[in-house]
Design a protein around this ligand. Structure first.
Ligand code: AMP
Length: 208
């Protein structure tokens, strides 16, 4: 059974790789960022709380995201494994996760900081869940559903700097956390989407 967490700075390609991994290994793709954004869109109480943090590039409190993930992992589709994207983001979240799930692979997608800024600045989203980069997709519309693409509010320059600072301070220490547990696998994220995925598949196929 695979319990996978994806690590890497904002813009490293976690969401893109998560979709490919979930497809190949038939795992539920659980993105705390997506869950929070859909709550914001629906105007739930959780969404209202999360919005104030997300808009400032800060992390939503640990207890809030831990509760979301605990509930989600209790669903039947997670019985045979799971893929977490964007969680954990702090050591406290990782410690909580260890109490209710077993992480078998922490895959760290390694990218240069300068590349991350470029990737985030050019990222465009669709409400159907697709995402694109303007360098390889110049149309303002989604290839899958035809809707107009938009830029995430927190992908705008003012917020990105804060998110990168938060990543370095609060999330990067997770690399050491999972290395100490013997489940850390680093992959070179500076390659093409397919090449990064090939490295991840090698890791996942080689270790159960
Ligand atoms: P993401 O889509 O993963 O980049 O997440 C977007 C934003 O949602 C982050 O900048 C945080 O404000 C919030 N968020 C997502 N996942 C978490 C988490 N595990 N812990 C705290 N905040 C989170």
């Amino acid at each position: 059974m695979k319990g996978i967490v994806l690590l890497g700075a904002p813009g490293a390609g976690k969401g893109t790789q998560a979709k490919l991994i979930a497809g190949r290994y038939s795992l539920p793709h659980i993105s705390t960022g997506d869950i929070l954004r859909s709550n914001i869109k629906e105007g739930t109480q959780l969404g209202r709380l999360a919005k104030s943090y997300i808009d400032e590039g800060r992390l939503v409190p640990d207890e809030v995201v831990v509760a979301i993930v605990r509930d989600r992992l209790a669903k039947p589709d997670c019985e045979n494994g799971f893929l977490l994207d964007g969680f954990p983001r702090t050591t406290a979240q990782a410690e909580e996760l260890d109490k209710f799930a077993r992480v078998t692979h922490a895959v760290d997608i390694e990218v240069d900081p300068a590349e991350v800024v470029k990737r985030i600045a050019g990222r465009r989203m669709c409400r159907c869940g697709e995402s694109y980069h303007i360098s390889s997709h110049s149309s303002p519309y989604c290839d899958k559903c035809g809707a107009e693409l938009y830029q995430r509010d927190d992908d705008k320059e003012e917020t990105v700097a804060k998110r990168l600072e938060v990543y370095a301070e609060q999330t990067a220490p997770l690399i050491g956390y999972y290395r100490d547990k013997g489940v850390l696998f680093g992959v070179n994220g500076m390659k093409s989407v397919d090449e990064v995925f090939a490295q991840i598949a090698e890791v996942l196929d080689g270790n159960d």
